[in-house]
Design a protein around this ligand. Structure first.
Ligand SMILES: Cc1cc2nc3c(=O)[nH]c(=O)nc-3n(C[C@H](O)[C@H](O)[C@H](O)COP(=O)(O)O)c2cc1C
Length: 416
């Protein structure tokens, strides 16, 4: 391949993106949030997470979004979460930010509350919009109780506090985790939010929570700090959060001044975000980027809103096509970064055309979810220990190592 053929289109990947508030993302490649599972017992970042972000610092991405950071130590989503409730560990957070930014990437912290989607071993008495358990998962997730109005307001405040602390620590921006079945998406879905007060009952009331979270964060960090959201195109559940409702949420957030929308889809029990869900149409699964058709809808209705699309991108051609079509502005990459930390830099330099990451499917769903879960975590832990990822390592070894590190119960935790 000669560079004079590749350069003109590949050059799209290297173009800076200027958000409406003037914030500059140096290029069009972004690391999507990957829960690292590397926080210390006291929920601080510690050394291993910094090692991982040191390895990622030269990955070449313009924007790096951290794995989800929780807002409340009584609501832990996954083993090894970092939790930021106040300024107590500002120095440790600042050291993490400095390392993560040292290669020139902008780094945003993803902020999350798991709601009912938390293993019973971590959160025995979870809270949720309504007292409705995740169907069919009673062994993994405990029955939640409904939040009171005062508790909802407290969680909104917590999102804002976490955003204020991490940006004070030096992170460049924040992203609300509004996708994948966690608390924000529990409020949005009519299946999990059956409240009859001002927080549920109609689409407007169901989206009040996310709008209040956004407003509270904006009031804390100001207009210059970018605040984004990761949102589901749909949750792929019958009677659940639909594409049409998702679009309404997008309109409402755009009107409030959200700086970047990252599009994803699915929940832990319906893992469309990883491309492994049976309810994804075959035509969708065959497309490189799972949620591109929805992104096109958003772009048509809200052309001024900066869009990042995550899920399935693996080839330079697929990425360039998506950018060149004008449908999206940023390419989100999750699993490729866990296995090939230099992949974005290699793409930009023309040294790589495609990621080696491919679906590991046996056809047995439970086994596939297990392999998918452990494979990428173990790769991140290798980098955290100063080693390189080992993409060809046998899946069984990864499962064994995951169990050794986290225990059997942890396999029950959601990782996306
Ligand atoms: C091990 C692992 C951890 C993840 N953790 C998060 C997370 O903390 N927050 C989030 O929004 N998505 C998370 N995801 C989902 C990814 O951000 C991304 O949406 C998904 O992997 C699809 O993109 P990809 O095809 O490029 O991997 C995780 C995915 C994996 C495999």
């Amino acid at each position: 391949m000669t560079s004079d053929i590749v350069a003109p289109s590949r050059a799209l990947l290297a173009e800076p993106l200027v958000l409406p508030n003037g914030f500059v993302v140096p290029n069009r490649l972004a690391k999507a949030a990957l829960s690292e599972g590397l926080g210390r017992r006291d929920f601080t970042p510690g050394t291993r997470i910094k090692n991982l972000y040191r390895r990622w610092a030269d990955s070449g991405v313009g924007l790096s979004i951290t794995g989800n950071v929780m807002v409340d130590r009584t609501a832990v989503g996954e083993p090894g979460n970092v939790i930021v409730e106040d300024r107590r560990h500002l120095d440790d957070l600042a050291a993490w930010a400095t390392i993560a930014k040292s290669g020139g990437s902008k780094v945003w912290v993803q902020i999350n509350h798991p709601g009912r989607q938390t293993p019973r071993t971590l959160t025995p008495r979870p809270v949720a919009p309504s007292a409705i358990a995740i169907p069919g998962t009673a062994k993994m997730f405990a029955q939640p109780r409904a939040l009171s109005d005062a508790e909802i307001r407290d969680i909104i405040r917590r999102f804002a506090t976490t955003a204020a602390v991490v940006t004070e620590a030096g992170f460049d921006g924040v992203q609300i985790h509004g996708a994948h079945g966690y608390l924000v998406s529990q409020f949005l879905s009519p299946l999990s939010n059956q409240r009859t007060d001002d927080w549920g009952g109609t689409p407007e009331k169901r989206r009040r929570f996310v709008l209040e979270v956004f407003r509270a964060i904006r009031a804390e960090v100001g207009a210059d700090v970018p605040v984004g959201i990761k949102l589901n195109s749909a949750d792929f559940q019958k009677g659940g959060f639909s594409e049409d409702e998702s679009l309404e949420v997008v309109h409402a957030l755009a009107a409030e001044g959200i700086d970047l929308l990252e599009i994803s889809g699915g929940t832990y029990t319906s893992a469309a975000m990883l491309g492994v869900d049976d309810s994804l149409k075959e035509s969708t699964r065959r497309r490189e980027a799972y949620f591109l058709a929805y992104a096109e809808r958003v772009r048509a209705e809200r052309p001024e809103l900066p869009l990042m699309l995550t899920g399935g991108f693996r080839t330079a051609d697929g990425m360039v096509d998506a950018l060149a079509s004008g449908a999206i502005d940023l390419i989100g990459l999750g699993r490729p970064l866990a296995v090939q930390p230099d992949f974005p830099a290699d793409l930009l330099a023309g040294r790589a055309d495609a990621s080696v990451v491919h679906p590991r499917r046996s056809g047995i769903r439970l086994l596939d979810n297990l392999t998918e879960l452990t494979y990428y975590s173990v790769q991140m832990w290798r980098m955290a220990a100063g080693k390189e990822p080992a993409p060809d390592r046998h899946a069984a070894l990864n499962v064994a190592q995951y169990l050794f590190n986290n225990g059997l119960e942890s396999l029950r935790s959601p990782r996306a």
